[in-house]
Design a protein around this ligand. Structure first.
Ligand code: ATR
Length: 284
C-alpha cells in the first residue's frame, strides 16, 4: 500500500491536545508493522456533522470520539451497536458502505481491564458500588449488568441523576447519597469511582475503605495521577486495585481492530510508554 492510500484514523474532540490515543494507536501500528496513521482532530462544537461526513474519504477509515462530541456522534450514526444504542453515546466510528457506524467501547474497555487486573472479581462480587452518575457511570453500569451483577448501588452528589440511572437500568440498581456509603461498603465486592474526584486539580476522594470485605476490588477511572489516593488506600489495605489507565488502553483495542484489521494487545510495554508520558506531563 502506498503512503498516500494507507488508512488513517484519529481522535476527535475539543480540546484534544492532551489526548493520549495517538500514542496508543501509533504504538500498535509500529508493533504490528502495519501501514497507517492516527492523529488528533480538533473540532469545535457545531462542526461535528462536517467531520462525520469526512469519514470514509481520503483514507480516513474512522475515529475515536471524546468530549464534547459523544452524543453528536451517536446522533450522526446510521447504524449502532447494541451497546452504543443502550448508552446513547458513541466513542468509536467507522463506515460500512455508505453507513456511518458507531460503537461505545468504554463498556468492553472497563470489563476487559477489570478481568485483566482483578481476575475472578465476579466470583467475589454480588454487589457493586458506583460513585457518580454521568456518562462514565452509565458505561460501567451497563458492563456490570451484562455480567449479571446482582445489586448495583449508585452513589451520587445530585440525587436526581442517580435516580434517572435507576429508572434507565432497572430493578437491580438503587440510588444513594454519599452518607449511605459506610453501610453500603459492608456488602460490596467491587467499588468503582467514575467521578472526577481524585484527578489532578480536583478535590481528593477520601473514603474510609475499612468496611469493605477483604476480597473486594476497587477500580478508579481516573488515571492522572496514575496512582490515585483511592487506589493507594485500597492497595494499602491489601485490596485489589484496578487502574484507570488500564481501561483507557483496553477501550482503544476494538477501534484499532476495525480500522486497521488486526487485534492489538495491551502489553506492559504499552502501559509503560503511556505511564512515562503521563509522568512527563505532570512534571511540566
Ligand atoms: P462523565 O461523563 O465523565 O461521567 P459527568 O457527566 O460530568 O462526567 O459526571 C461527573 C460525575 O462526577 C457526576 O456524578 C458528578 O456528580 P453530580 O452529578 O452531583 O454533578 C461527580 N462529581 C464531580 N465533581 C464532584 C464533587 N466535587 N463531589 C461529588 N461528585 C462530583
Amino acid at each position: 500500500m502506498s503512503e498516500t492510500s494507507a488508512p488513517r484514523a484519529c481522535v476527535v474532540g475539543w480540546p484534544i491536545a492532551h489526548s493520549r490515543s495517538p500514542l496508543i494507536h501509533n504504538y500498535w501500528l509500529r508493533k504490528l508493522g502495519l501501514a497507517g496513521s492516527y492523529d488528533r482532530a480538533a473540532v469545535p462544537p457545531g462542526a461535528f456533522p462536517a467531520f462525520a461526513a469526512s469519514i470514509g474519504k481520503d483514507g480516513l477509515v474512522g475515529a475515536n470520539v471524546t468530549v464534547p462530541h459523544k452524543e453528536d456522534a451517536f446522533a450522526a450514526c446510521d447504524k449502532l451497536t447494541a451497546t452504543a444504542a443502550e448508552l446513547g453515546a458513541v466513542n468509536t466510528l467507522w463506515r460500512e458502505g455508505r453507513a456511518l457506524c458507531g460503537d461505545n467501547t468504554d463498556v468492553a474497555g472497563f470489563l476487559d481491564n477489570l478481568d485483566d487486573e482483578a481476575p475472578r472479581w465476579r466470583e467475589q462480587a454480588d454487589a457493586a458500588i458506583i460513585l457518580g452518575a454521568g456518562g462514565a457511570a452509565r458505561a460501567v453500569i451497563a458492563g456490570l449488568l451484562s455480567r449479571r451483577i446482582e445489586r448495583l448501588f449508585i452513589v451520587n452528589r445530585t440525587p436526581d441523576r442517580a435516580e434517572r440511572l435507576v429508572e434507565r437500568f432497572g430493578a437491580r440498581a438503587s440510588a444513594h447519597s454519599w452518607r449511605d456509603l459506610p453501610r453500603l461498603l459492608e456488602s460490596a465486592g467491587l467499588l468503582v469511582n467514575t467521578t472526577s474526584l481524585g484527578m489532578v486539580g480536583q478535590k481528593p476522594l477520601a473514603i474510609d475503605l475499612s468496611p469493605l470485605p477483604p476480597q473486594a476490588a476497587v477500580a478508579d477511572l481516573v488515571y492522572v495521577p496514575l496512582e490515585t489516593p483511592l487506589l493507594a488506600t485500597a492497595r494499602g489495605r491489601g485490596l485489589r486495585a484496578v487502574s484507570g489507565l488500564g481501561m483507557l488502553l483496553h477501550q482503544a483495542a476494538p477501534g484499532f481492530e476495525r480500522w486497521f484489521g488486526a487485534r492489538p494487545t495491551v502489553t506492559p510495554e504499552l502501559r509503560a510508554l503511556i505511564e512515562a508520558d503521563i509522568l512527563k506531563s505532570s512534571e511540566r
